[in-house]
Design a protein around this ligand. Sequence first.
Ligand code: GLU
Length: 504
Amino acid sequence: MANKVRVRFAPSPTGGLHIGGVRTILFNYLFAKRHHGEFILRIEDTDQTRFVEGAEEYIFNCLKWCGLEPNEGPEQGGPYGPYRQSERKPVYKKYAEQLVKEGHAYYAFDTPEELESKRQVIENFRYDHHTRMQMRNSLTIPHEAVESLIKEGTPHVIRIKMPENEQIHFTDMIRGEVSFNSSEVDDKVLLKADGMPTYHLAVVVDDYLMKISHAFRGEEWLPSAPVHILLWKYLGWAEQMPQWAHLPLILKPDGHGKLSKRDGQRLGFPVYAINWIDPKTQEKADGFMDVGFLPQAFLNMLAMLGWNDGTDQELFTLDELIDKFSLDRVHKGGAKFDYEKAKWYNAEWIKRSSAEELLPYVKDVLLRKGIENFDNQYLQTVIDLVKERCTLLTDFYQQASFFFEAPVQYDLNAVKPKWGKEKAEFFKAFAQSLVAENELNSEALEANFKALAAEKTIKVGELMLPFRIMLVGGKFGPQVFDIASLLGKDETISRIEKALTAFE
Ligand code: GLU
């Protein structure tokens, strides 16, 4: 690639970040790294009516959690800043004026009421080549009158003058040749009455000024492409237009339509990267981070939604993805979201990660549940012992908390029906036998346990479950002698004694 690769993620900070957005970030990032290029974050916040408290911060946090840090952006700075469109307001106006001067755009003075009354009388009203000559704009009002309206400060917008019946083409890196008829598109507003650009103008101007070489965005932006192509051409920048790729949608599990926040609520899985609480309605949407996903599992799962490397390999590190990623292997069709598969990725990544890597996440899970006093070394041993049993990071609470707190409740239904005096005697004797030990060793402990059972003629199989319930409270956890050896002599004895009272 001759020119430097510069890609951008350009979110409008209006709410939580949908996994489709994170996949767009990921594909941009992978492409940039693959080609030794730069990944830029640009905040597209020109629509002040859609301002949402905390939404920008939330995007920064999502990028941090995923480990997809931009090279340039509002927090990082960079040579093409500012990276927030609201701070670039003065930049756009001159381009809109240039378009008017050259006959590709016009001033429109129609008030919101006038537009509304048109909508009342014309069904499916659109401001376009059919209707523009019936409206109040610089195409219908004499030049001098337009000048005085502007001088007087009459509110107005600038609209693109879409040509009639022109074929507009471009080559999409995923879809190939795409073409549109210009008559299908209305005269979009480019500059609003408050002097702010709309998305259409700002995205083109900024992609140009920030020297963006490739623009990858969701399929929902495809209908905007003809407006953008014309703007690139009319502004005289056609040669510099980035190469585009419109990424396929992430579909509902049944394949019918785009996966929405509501699907997540209805089917009980997260659709956002991190929990999002709408500051106005307080409505909460779950995030993958908060339900217990590892970022690398989340990214691996997202990469595989619509892409593969041509083999059966499913588990990739971020470096492997960077190495293998190419847009020609991104599918054109939408990718069905499968939460069970997403969890599979997480379980696999938990297994693949070392105890040291998992430590900060597990600590966080335990801290949230109020378990505070732990030794890192001990916790790492616990993690190694239980990680095979965890699908979500939050599962570490059930699988590991009993190493830090004695059970307060026991699954008595599982013990009582087969409980009796002989078994109580057995455990008393077993606890007694531990007193003389120094350190508990799992194998030796098992051997002693079995020998004592044989001596008392009780089947070992009948003792294992009560022993487990004494130590952990329920029918879960790793091998019971491993648990006892890790808990240590004093704790094991104390749990046996406490449970004996509860089982009576
Ligand atoms: N601001 C648009 C968004 O919210 C950006 C679309 C694009 O990448 O061109 O997704």
